[in-house]
Design a protein around this ligand. Structure first.
Ligand code: NAD
Length: 269
């Protein structure tokens, strides 16, 4: 019919066709992706989503037992803060599939401490995993992507990597590292075909949040944080995975250096 051939109508038609034929449009078909922290929470939901979208997934984590339950992915057991391990995560993708298209730098630890409670060792641990680990995996990924003509990196930052929050004296600064690395790498490598973006999740219902509910001061802290999420609820790992998928896919082809809040409105306040 005249006037109906618009991008929106074509997309609706494609969706209807896919429903009829049972074929969903697969946004990461054959893309080679490394996801760190893939055994649980946001990383696991992202790995499952990427597999459903046709990606070849290398799933990296410290926790080999849980990784083994992630069907369809190539597991790599390792510590992102150890250079040889981080390199092995990237090398596994290149050796198995010939190249690297996407890195999701997501592994992290989340201590909820104010500065009087935090010990020097807490700072070192968080900076090692969330800071150095992100640096190492991005470094080796960019080296691999330069060899194969480009790619996309998505870092998991946080609302604490954009704004101040209570009980984040150690964790928050490490997430500012994630946000900063995202912007600097985006600018540096844009002309070589590498996009670098981050998601900034609000509080997400993962095991870490379940554990915080029974820590001293945890319920009070989570109650306050919940009140600061305008949508009045916490998010799900799947909601963060959807945003990571967008940034990793060609649908974000002109997006680089962005820190995308996935936070129910938290940062809009
Ligand atoms: P999670 O604990 O469920 O998952 C983290 C995964 O990382 C675990 O499987 C763990 O084994 C792995 N890991 C930890 N240290 C590692 C290391 N050194 N090397 C390799 N793997 C390691 O937590 P999550 O909530 O899914 O967190 C994922 C990311 O999301 C983190 O970067 C976190 O900072 C960020 N984040 C979480 C929330 C939240 O509310 N849950 C909010 C904002 C940002």
């Amino acid at each position: 019919l005249a006037g109906t051939d618009t991008p929106a109508s074509r997309a609706r038609w494609r969706d209807m066709t896919n429903q009829v034929t049972g074929r969903a449009a697969r946004r990461l078909a054959d893309r080679v992706c490394v996801i760190t922290g893939a055994a649980s929470g946001i990383g696991r939901a992202t790995a499952e989503r990427f597999l459903a979208e046709g990606a070849r997934v290398v799933a990296a984590d410290l926790d080999g037992e849980r990784l083994a339950t992630l069907e369809g992915a190539v597991p790599v057991i390792g510590d992102v803060s150890v250079a040889e391990d981080a390199r092995r995560m990237i090398d596994t993708a290149v050796e198995r599939f010939g190249r690297l298209d996407v890195l999701v730098a997501n592994a992290g630890v989340i201590p909820l401490l104010d500065i009087t409670e935090a010990e020097p060792a807490d700072w070192d641990t968080v900076m090692a995993v969330d800071g150095r680990g992100m640096f190492l995996t991005c470094k080796y990924a960019i080296e691999a992507m330069l060899a194969s003509g480009g790619g996309a990196i998505v870092c998991t930052s946080s609302i604490s990597g954009v704004a101040g929050q209570a009980r984040q004296a150690v964790y928050g600064p490490a997430k500012f590292v994630a946000s900063g690395l995202t912007k600097h790498l985006a600018v540096e490598w844009a002309d070589r075909g590498i996009r670098v973006n981050a998601v900034a999740p609000g509080t997400i219902e993962t095991e870490r949040v379940a554990a915080a509910r029974v820590e001293p001061g945890g319920p009070e802290y989570l109650g306050e944080v919940l009140g600061a999420h305008p949508m009045g609820r916490f998010g799900t790992p799947e909601e963060v995975a959807s945003a990571i998928l967008f940034l990793a896919s060609d649908e974000a082809s002109f997006v680089t250096g962005a820190i995308l809040p996935v936070d129910g409105g938290y940062l809009a306040r």
